[in-house]
Structures are given as structure tokens and as C-alpha cells.
Design a protein around this ligand. Structure first.
Ligand code: KG4
Ligand code: ZN
Length: 340
């Protein structure tokens, strides 16, 4: 089965063509156009600007993907699209384009939850996909949650953040340090030069017997530390120590809660998903966690961890196998769509 997928939930316009044979999922084309340069001037993503850019580039990218995959539209079996969550004006461009194509080309249409897509990045281009039951740690700009999967499309949320998402905390701390958007990769670079034990930032909810997260207190604690040390704000060592200690606190909590979920639910595989999965220290800690608990670890390659349409195609492929189609005339973008 061949799936064409569209992703436009935030500031990446993405199109992929995936060919699936059983469990072997091959990307025949995987195009991503980032708008970061445009949004940087505003210090964050401006939804209407994102939508305008998606509109300008989506159809040329669909044409380019077909050329790259060396196929015609009649060789596509299904169209998958991110239906949410995300920025409403941005999502709408992808969803309306997918509806139009499904209708004009007479193809079945598969709506995909963006978070489900992040999890399915671990099924892409591998001969060794996750085994069920699987436990996924989703860490993105808008979400931080632990999700248990008994089979394809069967998700149970075990815990989630009660305030900020992990990626959001990275972005906010970056802003406090005067670093440009998106802050996660910038904080990671700075942290590489710092001492993770320089400051003992709070690790929230670790004493609570649940699988929820909280990062708002940590963010505030970093803010107070910066205010207390205003004279050192330009000091390279101080800045990198702040970044390293903040990153250490985030990763510590993510790993401890995932360890608790492993102990309680005995998964065969653990999956790291979402944009923050691009963070090298988190990737290493997650690998080490799997080794300690003797579960298989799935950490997607960098290009599939950040937003892309390949992951939407992978989730769409399994949804298409289960005939989870919708009528193109009734689908609408849902900025608050949830995985469960
Ligand atoms: O999944 P994603 O690309 O978009 C959403 O679905 O939200 O995640 C974006 C988030 C941003 O908050 C960004 O700062 C964070 O992922 N991020 C990182 C790194 N790369 C991206 N956070 C920490 N370290 C990174 N290397
Ligand atoms: Zn994402």
C-alpha cells in the first residue's frame, strides 16, 4: 500500500510518500520545508503567517514528492493528513488540501493525530519496529505524556503534564537567556558547555505516586536564579551552567517517570517521541533506561523525531490497514485533537 501524507500543524510544511509491505515501511519521498527563519523575527510561530506559507508551498511540494517517488496520483492508495492538534489556521491548510485531493483523485482519506504520528516515527525505515505492549514518552512543544499501546491505534494515556510541556519549558528558558526561537536546540548547545550539577533546580511530582509531570515550577526557578544573578547574565560559564542544570532537571524527571511506568506496566518496547527527542542527552538517558530495565528502546533518527510527514504516513498506513477512513466532505481540522 502506498500512502501520501501531509503535515501542516505548526511551522513545517511537510509531504511524504510511503510504501508499505507488511511491517516494512519505506519512504519514497519525505519533504520538509521549515519556516523557522520567518517566525524567528516574531520570537515564536505566528499562526496566520504559518498558514500563508503552507498555502504557498504545499501543492508544489506534493508535485515534487510525486516526481521524487516516480509515481502518478493513480498509484497512491490512501491520503493521510494531520487533523490536529496544532495551530488552527495552519492545520486547516493541510486538511483542506488533503480533502480536495482525496475527493478529486477518489482516494480514501485517513485523519491522523499529530502525537500518534510522533510515536509512529519509530516504525519508519526499520526492520525492527516496536513490539506490543509498548510505552511511549511523547515530548513535544505542546505535549508531555506517557502513552501505553497494546496494539496499533490502541492508546491509553498513563500521565501527562499538568502545566507546561517539556519543549515549551526549553523554549521559555531559551527566551529568558535571550536565545532565538526555537529554544530547545539552542539550550542544548549551551548545556554542552555547562555543569549539570551547578544548580539544583526542582524536580516536580517525583514524590507523587502518579505518572504526571510539571515543568512550570522549574521554569520559574530558572527565572529567579537569573534575576538573583543579573550581573552574571553575560557570563558564559554562568549561562551554560544554567542551561545544563535546567536540562538535567527536565531529563531527570522524564526518565524517573518513564521508569515508574515501565515498572507498573511491563512494556516490551519503550518509544521516545516528539521534537524534544532530538535532544542528545535525553536520547542517551532513554537508551540507558531501556538497558537497565531490559526493554527494547526505540529512538527515531533525528530527521523523524522533529515534525515531518513520514511519521504521519506511517501512522496513516496502519490506520488505512484498519480501514479507519473518513468522508472527505465531513473532516475538519481539530486544534485540540487528542490521542485518546
Ligand atoms: O514535535 P515538535 O517538532 O513540534 C510539536 O509538535 O510541538 O517539537 C518542537 C519542540 C520545541 O519546543 C523545541 O524547542 C523542542 O521540540 N526541541 C528540543 C530540541 N529540538 C527541538 N528541545 C530540546 N532539545 C532539542 N535538541
Ligand atoms: Zn510535533
Amino acid at each position: 500500500m502506498r500512502v501520501l501524507a501531509i503535515e501542516s500543524s505548526c511551522d513545517e510544511t511537510a509531504v511524504a510518500i510511503l510504501s508499505g509491505e507488511g511491517v516494512v515501511l519505506t519512504l519514497e519521498s519525505n519533504l520538509v520545508r521549515s519556516q523557522i527563519d520567518i517566525h524567528q523575527a516574531y520570537g515564536g510561530v505566528v499562526p496566520e503567517v504559518a498558514a500563508r506559507e503552507h498555502l504557498a508551498y504545499l501543492f508544489p511540494m506534493i508535485r515534487q514528492a510525486l516526481v521524487e517517488a516516480r509515481i502518478n496520483d493513480n498509484e497512491i492508495d490512501a491520503i493521510a493528513v494531520t487533523a490536529g492538534p496544532g495551530l488552527a489556521p495552519a492545520l486547516r491548510v493541510g486538511v483542506e488540501a488533503a480533502k480536495a485531493l482525496a475527493w478529486a483523485w477518489h482516494k480514501p482519506l485517513v485523519p491522523v493525530c499529530h502525537l500518534e504520528g510522533h510515536i509512529y516515527a519509530s516504525w519508519l525505515e526499520t526492520s525492527n519496529p516496536p513490539q506490543f505492549p509498548a510505552l511511549a514518552l511523547i515530548v513535544s512543544g505542546g505535549h508531555t505524556e506517557l502513552v501505553f499501546m497494546k496494539s496499533h491505534g490502541d492508546f491509553v494515556r498513563l500521565g501527562e503534564t499538568i502545566d507546561d510541556a517539556a519543549g515549551e519549558a526549553f523554549d521559555k528558558v531559551a527566551k529568558m537567556l535571550g536565545l532565538p526561537y526555537p529554544g530547545g536546540p539552542q539550550v542544548e548547545q549551551l548545556a554542552k558547555l555547562g555543569d549539570p550539577s551547578a544548580f539544583n533546580f526542582p524536580r516536580a511530582l517525583l514524590d507523587k505516586p502518579n505518572l504526571d509531570f510539571s515543568f512550570a515550577g522549574l521554569k520559574t526557578s530558572v527565572l529567579y536564579k537569573l534575576r538573583e544573578n543579573e550581573a552574571s547574565l553575560d557570563n558564559a560559564k554562568f549561562r551554560s551552567d544554567i542551561a545544563a542544570s535546567f536540562q538535567e532537571a527536565v531529563i531527570h524527571v522524564l526518565i524517573k517517570k518513564t521508569a515508574r511506568a515501565i515498572a507498573e506496566h511491563s512494556p516490551k518496547s519503550i518509544i521516545l517521541a516528539g521534537g524534544v527527542a532530538a535532544n542528545l542527552s535525553l536520547r542517551h538517558s532513554f537508551q540507558a533506561l531501556g538497558a537497565t530495565h531490559q526493554v527494547a528502546v526505540h529512538v527515531p533518527p533525528f530527521a523523524y523525531a522533529v515534525d515531518n510527514a513520514g511519521m504521519i504516513a506511517a501512522a496513516g498506513y496502519y490506520r488505512a490497514l484498519a480501514n479507519n477512513f473518513v468522508d472527505p466532505l465531513v473532516l475538519s481540522a481539530n486544534p485540540n485533537l487528542d490521542i485518546v
